[in-house]
Design a protein around this ligand. Structure first.
Ligand SMILES: [Zn+2]
Length: 327
């Protein structure tokens, strides 16, 4: 038997549900995709037709930025691929994250990657990687290691560079081009159908062409191809935003520039090697985004800001960058 007072409580709770459920249902899920297109100098990107990047930049913004830490200072960081990726992933320079080259001999996992920050803040979030290089997951993110809290990703699409039967290695690295194509198609399909909360897409062919030919028609073609691959993923994001109550942030960057004027090598501290760029659909970019003071280590704080996840103070205070978004 329900007593009158208790009945009123039940009724109040029922009314609460009726009035609040729709609001709960309408709250938008926030999702992030970040893409690294390897080794594209900003001046080359700007001289090539990239309709997909342009469409995204028109919504949010495009800027030149820098990597490499403080030149001549404690945080000076080689303009080398894995080093740059890890500065993005951890929001710190190499003197902290301790990745100095592509061997990734001894990363300092004390500085949590964005994947670990997300996993700790939201244990049930869906984490994804689509990548032309397996080391990004196994070494930089340190999947399954005790030092990373046994971080586990939910969606993994990588390691095809190790399959030399399906992708025989050739001089011009056409196999990397094929793998990038596959990775971009899978990323687009997976995002469209499963909508991971945090996705990292890594595409490599532009760097392979840069090393082989430098500034060249081949590099121009590779940049156009990378733009098409981004477009595929961007279409998937637009599909999700139209069909579902989701808000998506896409952030595209490169890991380093190349040494002028040939644009073949990188790793040093020349201006053209330190120069990177960013494209995003974020509409609340702050003044620093366009100031050319923006850098690789500002990306992680920006993505975290968008996701609105709690971050342990010890992690946050060790970041070398800060958000590029307005509150
Ligand atoms: Zn690179």
């Amino acid at each position: 038997m329900i007593y009158p007072f208790e009945f009123m409580l039940h009724r109040a709770f029922f009314l609460f549900l009726i009035f609040h459920l729709p609001l709960i249902g309408l709250s938008q899920d926030k999702k992030v995709v970040f893409i690294i297109l390897d080794g594209i100098p900003a001046s080359e990107l700007e001289s090539v037709s990239t309709p997909n990047l342009d469409e995204i930049a028109k919504i949010g913004g495009y800027t030149r930025a820098f990597t490499g830490g403080e030149k001549g200072g404690e945080s000076e960081t080689p303009t080398i691929s894995a080093v740059g990726y890890n500065s993005l992933l951890t929001g710190t320079w190499a003197n902290k994250h301790n990745v100095w080259d592509n061997d990734i001999a001894s990363p300092n996992y004390t500085y949590w990657s964005i994947f670990r920050l997300m996993r700790e803040a939201r244990p049930k979030s869906k984490l994804a990687i689509y990548s032309t290089w397996e080391d990004n997951r196994t070494k930089l993110l340190g999947e399954g290691m005790a030092e990373t809290g046994n971080l586990k990703l939910d969606v993994v699409f990588d390691a095809f560079e190790k399959d030399t039967v399906s992708f025989p290695h050739d001089f011009d690295k056409e196999y990397i081009k094929k793998i990038d194509g596959l990775v971009s198609y899978e990323a687009a399909y997976s995002i469209k159908t499963h909508a991971p909360d945090l996705s990292w897409v890594y595409l490599e062919f532009t760097d392979a062409v840069g090393h082989r030919y430098g500034k060249s028609p081949q590099l121009t073609s590779a940049i156009k191809l990378a733009d098409e691959q981004v477009g595929r993923i961007w279409e998937a994001i637009k599909f999700r935003e139209e069909k579902f109550e989701e808000e998506w942030l896409i952030w595209i960057t490169t890991d380093h520039g190349r040494k002028a004027p040939e644009f073949k090598e990188h790793g040093g501290q020349s201006d053209s090697e330190r120069e990177i760029w960013m494209v995003t659909n974020a509409q609340n970019l702050n003044n620093r985004f366009n100031s050319r003071d923006a850098s690789m280590v500002d990306i992680l704080p920006s993505l975290i800001d968008f996701l609105e996840i709690p971050v342990p103070e010890i992690q946050r205070k060790n970041w070398d960058g800060s958000t590029l978004l307005n509150k």
